[in-house]
Write a protein that binds this ligand. Sequence first.
Ligand code: F6P
Length: 342
Amino acid sequence: MRIATLTSGGDCPGLNAVIRGIVRTAATHGHTVVGFEDGWEGLLEDRRVQLYDDEHIDRILLRGGTILGTGRLHPRDFMAGIDRVKDNLRDAEIDALIPIGGEGTLKGARFLHDNGVPVVGVPKTIDNDVNGTDYTFGFDTAVAVATDAIDRLHTTAESHDRVMIVEVMGRHAGWIALHAGMAGGAHDILIPEFPFDIDDVEKRMARRFQMGEKYGIIVLAEGALPKKGSFHTKDREVDEFGHEKFQDICGELRKELENRLDIDVRSTVLGHIQRGGTPTAFDRVLATRFAVNATQAAMNGDFGKVVALKGENIELIDFESAVGELKVVPESRYCTATSLFG
Ligand code: F6P
């Protein structure tokens, strides 16, 4: 059997662990694996590389990024190219395709499945917002990076009697902010799911200083927004993929708080640092388990499925459960964090 794989969308620590897991599992059963470069684009343009079960593949477990490269292709271009995709898969004698990606990639995978391509999806994203799986790999690494940054901000904030705002990734889901904020002992956490009231943020910080504390830490997800009428922020533009372009909510919040408080306020945007570098042990293990289970599903002819973590187990779920809607932070989880604010 010949299995193909590709990585698509934003990169994520653990992608190489999945590629390694697929190649080694397939090899154990006498099957071969090819990788398409740069996501869907490589599949459309038939840019493929043979992946051998050798020392090189074995060692990529530790490496961040993706040896196959990744990319974002507009769904319109992808759908228009379906015949080319099928021709390329036929020419390469591919029996199963394992795309690794977030919500957008899994929607593409479902489209291929609906068009007769044998597909098993592997979910990835540092944002942890893919539905149907308890965790996606990459998230634990991003949280570890953000927590380390928050830990460091505590000491400099305290030395200078400052409020520090740290912006983490998360357009629509505040999982990274929630977990890193809780782990880092943040005094406020602002996430897209629950628009914030600037008066409350101001009061919480002011109260800390009135009570004799010397600093405050606010963790802000990039997609967090103030409640309507709370304070003016720039209108958000939308890019060609329909994603909102983020326009410095961190800087806007900093200015607003500095105007309101007689305290120094500084901001730090972590950005892509959260996506780079070596994956944590948790992410390597989850990525490897996803890979082994996805390859086994492909070998069993169990197509049209996505691997998912459910409690302790890896299960196969259907595409609908994975791509219907994003997994956002529920109110009960946010309330656990808010009870420690201030
Ligand atoms: O989807 C993961 C993610 O890291 C988001 O949290 C972030 O908004 C986005 O990717 C940034 O992507 P890029 O800058 O690579 O287009």
